[in-house]
Structure formats: structure tokens, C-alpha cells
Design a protein around this ligand. Structure first.
Ligand SMILES: Cc1ncc(COP(=O)(O)O)c(C=O)c1O
Length: 471
């Protein structure tokens, strides 16, 4: 039964409820994702974002924020294109509000598939639409299994990386390498092996980049051997790993991963749910790092998060066995390729091209790094890593020894203090303790020097203050 204090006539008339009414109704009815329900009941008022423009958001109390996280690494074009996107959606609603991609098609899904294939690396020409990132990852694992099966092999395992996040549905969660997210739901989907990620910050001093690459590839090779190479269907990795804090690959890494996969007949999937559609200064991170994947998963930036649409992009090689008479990818999603979502994604890509959004990242990524670099002088900042418009700052207790915080200290610092302080200072970015404690920075791809300065200014102030609190 509803206990909502928002009067039905207020909601029905489209009038705005007062912030406190909204907060109460949220507490009563809205179950937040990845949030401790007690937090907002007792400690701090729930943030309720009411509007957006460019790189900025405004909450229901009228406070303005710079969104240093692009929603959730997703709003490439910023928040100011609602009118144009709305028109595209409305036109599609008038023409055809829904039809399925199950054994049929409609113009927008076809046009979007063609557009995505034209932006994807060479040889990735086929697009299977989903409702988001986790569904794209599920679809990748399933198509990998069925690809091998059509070729007469029984391979079912996936290999992911430690600390990597790939979504929360059971298959995607099984690939996710974050023990705290996995533990409540075990046993998970069989079977996934995890290998080392490309975090170099805690590697032995003096190790060269070449040695680091060799070390990582050896770890992958050993894992595949111990799983049994002919049981492994797919290796899945982000071009730059988000969870743990923007781990870029060392030179030669992806070429080595590709070679190992080829040698063992394993498909390579690049999870580009974050890195796809411009975040690294190319349409795809796979192009930037010359990964040559067999599969790419994408979502977020495909529509700049104006719609809930994702895509699995499939290579000609993987598509081949599905062309046999009687063969089928035994998989489907009601909303996959939804015409209104597809129309929005098409409009997003049109805007990204028109406003030269990907070029903005390529042209200004060095300025972004240069602006963030002085943060490295702060006593609490151990590492600054990333590329494009995708960075993380790793926080340390002792800079010289690179000693981190205990779990409890990290939680207190990030969860209880930093997230709130940054928010109060008007900057949305994520203080994340899922791996070593990091602050993640990933603004809309239209950000310019003014936003770089604001991000660095607020982070500098708040991190300086944080350092004095932990001494
Ligand atoms: C690399 C990666 N893969 C998959 C996902 C899951 O996407 P979604 O939340 O749309 O299901 C995410 C979400 O953040 C992600 O970062």
C-alpha cells in the first residue's frame, strides 16, 4: 500500500513535489542501486538531481554540480541535447513506437547497426542490440559458447580479470572480479577464471614495462593451461579497466593476449561498455590499442545514456558458423534494438560527429592530464593514471612506501568522508574502495579547460583536507 506523501493530484498534474516530499517518497518506495538503505534515512539527505545542462547538474534544492563522472561514465554529449533527442524520439514514436528484432527488423535498428559497424574496428560488422551493458556481456559469453558448439567444440569457460566490473546479472557477475559483489550470490555461473589486471602501481620497483607485460601474459597463459585450453570459450577484458582505477595496458599487452587466444582457439571480447564511443579519444578503445577483438560489448556512450540501449558487436569470424543452414544464435531480448532507443542512439552519434566530440577528447586529453598532474604532489595521492577523459587517482597512507589504507580506513575515508565532501564542494566523481582506494574522474566528453580546472581545483582542496584528517 502506498504511503507516499506526494498527493496523487500533484503527481498527476505534473506539478513539482517539494524536495522533502520527494525524499520521503523515495525512502518509502524507491529502492536505490548499490546503496545502503540506512544511509539516507539517517545520515545525509538523499541527492535528488532535477535537471542538467552541458557538464552540469542541478539538484532539487537548486545546488549546482560539475558532473565529473558523466552520469555513470556514459553521458558523452553532456546533458544539453534533450530537445533534439526528444524530437528524434517523438518522431519515432509517431512512426513506430515498438517492433521487435526477433526474426524481423525495422529501419532504425538496421540504420543503427550499419552506423555502429562503420565505427567499429575492421572486421566487426554485425550488431546484436541489448538493453544495456550487462546484457551485452551475457550475450558475448553466450555467443562465444554457441560459436564453439557450432564448430563442434564444447567450450564454456570465460576468463576475466581481478577487480574488473562487467555488470550484475548472473553471467556478467560471474565474470566480474570483485569478491564483495560476488560473495552474496555464489554459486555463480560456471566457470570463470580470473587473471591479473594491468595495475602497475604496486609492482616491484625497477620492473620494466616489457617485464610487466611478460609477467601478465605468463599469468594468462598459466590460467588457461590450468583451466584446460580446450574448455575456454572467451577471454574478456576492458581496454582500460575501470574498477580499481583506470588501469591502462602496458605496451604489447593486447597483442600478446590476442596471440595467446589465437593459439588456444579462444575468442577475445573487448568490454567497451565504458571505453566505447569516444572516452579514450577514439570511437573504440580497441582501435586505440589495436586489440583486434572477436567481440565488443558496448552500451552507455552508444546513446550518451539518453536511452537504455547496448550492443554486442560481432566479427565476421564469429558470425561465420551461424550462416550454416539451421544454425541460430539461441538468444533474444524483447527490447533489444527498440526503435525509439535506436532512434535516440542514431541521433547521439549524429550529434557526436557534428560537435566533434571524439576529436575533443583526442585534442584535449593531454591538457586534461596536465591539469590533473599537480594533484600528484599531494601527500595522499600515490598515483594518477588513465588516458583520454578517463582517470583515477589512487590514495595512499604513506607515499614513499606506497602503503595503502586498511579496509576500515579506506571505507571511512572514501565512503564516509570523501564522497560527501566532494559532493558538498559541487563535484560529482566517484570515491571507490572496491579495489585499492581511488577517486575516478570521467567527465562528459564535451568538457573543456574550464571543467578540467574546476575538477582539479575541487579535488586539490578536498584531498588536501583529507590528508590532514588521516594523520
Ligand atoms: C565495463 C563494464 N561492463 C559492463 C557493465 C554493465 O553495464 P550495465 O550497468 O549497463 O548493465 C558496466 C557498467 O558499469 C561496465 O563498466
Amino acid at each position: 500500500m502506498s504511503t507516499s506523501p506526494i498527493a496523487p493530484d500533484v503527481a498527476a498534474a505534473g506539478q513539482r513535489a517539494a524536495p522533502e516530499q520527494l525524499r520521503q517518497a523515495a525512502q518509502d518506495h524507491l529502492w536505490l542501486h548499490f546503496s545502503q538503505r540506512a544511509d539516507f534515512a539517517h545520515e545525509r539527505p538523499l541527492p535528488i538531481i532535477a535537471s542538467g545542462d552541458g557538464c552540469y547538474l542541478t539538484d532539487v534544492d537548486g545546488k549546482r554540480f560539475l558532473d565529473g563522472l558523466a552520469g555513470l561514465f556514459a553521458v558523452q554529449i553532456g546533458y544539453g541535447h534533450g530537445e533534439e533527442m526528444g524530437e528524434a524520439a517523438a518522431a519515432q514514436m509517431r512512426e513506430l513506437p515498438y517492433y521487435t528484432n526477433w526474426n524481423a527488423a525495422h529501419p532504425r535498428a538496421i540504420e543503427l547497426a550499419q552506423e555502429v559497424a562503420s565505427l567499429a574496428p575492421d572486421g566487426l560488422d554485425h550488431v546484436f542490440f541489448t538493453s544495456g551493458g550487462a546484457e551485452a556481456v551475457e550475450s558475448a559469453w553466450k555467443i562465444a559458447r554457441e560459436y564453439h558448439s557450432l564448430r563442434g567444440e564444447r567450450r564454456w569457460k570465460a576468463i576475466g580479470r581481478d577487480v574488473a566490473y562487467h555488470g550484475t546479472s548472473m553471467g556478467a557477475l560471474s565474470i566480474t572480479g570483485l569478491p564483495s559483489l560476488r560473495a552474496p550470490f555464489e554459486p555463480l555461473v560456471p566457470q570463470v577464471g580470473h587473471v591479473r589486471n594491468t595495475n602497475r602501481f604496486h609492482r616491484p620497483e625497477g620492473e620494466t614495462e616489457q617485464q610487466f607485460t611478460a609477467f601478465l601474459l605468463d599469468d594468462l597463459e598459466q590460467r588457461i593451461e590450468s583451466e584446460g585450453p580446450d574448455t575456454v570459450a572467451m577471454v574478456i577484458m576492458e581496454p582500460v579497466q575501470n574498477a580499481g582505477g583506470a588501469f591502462t595496458p602496458p605496451a604489447g599487452y593486447f597483442q600478446g593476449v590476442r596471440e595467446i587466444c589465437d593459439r588456444h582457439g579462444i575468442l577475445l571480447c573487448a568490454d567497451e561498455v565504458i571505453t566505447g564511443f569516444g572516452r579514450l579519444g577514439d570511437w573504440f578503445g580497441s582501435t586505440r590499442y589495436d586489440i583486434k577483438p572477436d567481440l565488443i560489448t558496448s552500451a552507455k556512450g552508444l546513446s550518451s545514456a539518453y536511452a537504455s540501449i547496448g550492443a554486442l558487436i560481432i566479427s565476421d569470424k564469429v558470425a561465420e558458423p551461424f550462416k550454416q543452414p539451421g544454425a541460430m544464435f539461441t538468444h533474444g531480448i524483447t527490447f533489444g534494438g527498440h526503435p525509439v532507443q535506436a532512434a535516440i542512439a542514431l541521433k547521439n552519434i549524429e550529434i557526436m560527429k557534428r560537435e566533434r566530440v571524439v576529436e575533443n577528447v583526442a585534442d584535449h586529453q593531454d591538457d586534461f592530464r596536465r591539469t590533473l598532474a599537480p594533484l600528484l604532489d599531494l601527500p595522499i595521492v600515490g598515483d594518477l593514471r588513465g588516458t583520454g577523459f578517463f582517470y583515477a587517482i589512487e590514495l595512499v597512507k604513506d607515499k614513499d612506501s606506497r602503503t595503502g589504507f586498511s579496509d576500515e580506513e579506506a571505507h571511512t575515508l572514501l565512503h564516509d568522508y570523501l564522497s560527501n565532501r566532494l559532493y558538498d564542494a559541487g563535484l560529482i566523481c566517484r570515491a571507490d574502495d572496491r579495489g585499492d582506494p581511488v577517486v575516478q574522474i570521467s567527465p562528459p566528453l564535451i568538457a573543456e579547460q574550464q571543467q578540467f580546472d574546476e575538477i582539479a581545483g575541487i579535488l586539490g582542496e578536498v584531498l588536501t583536507e583529507a590528508a590532514t584528517r588521516i594523520r
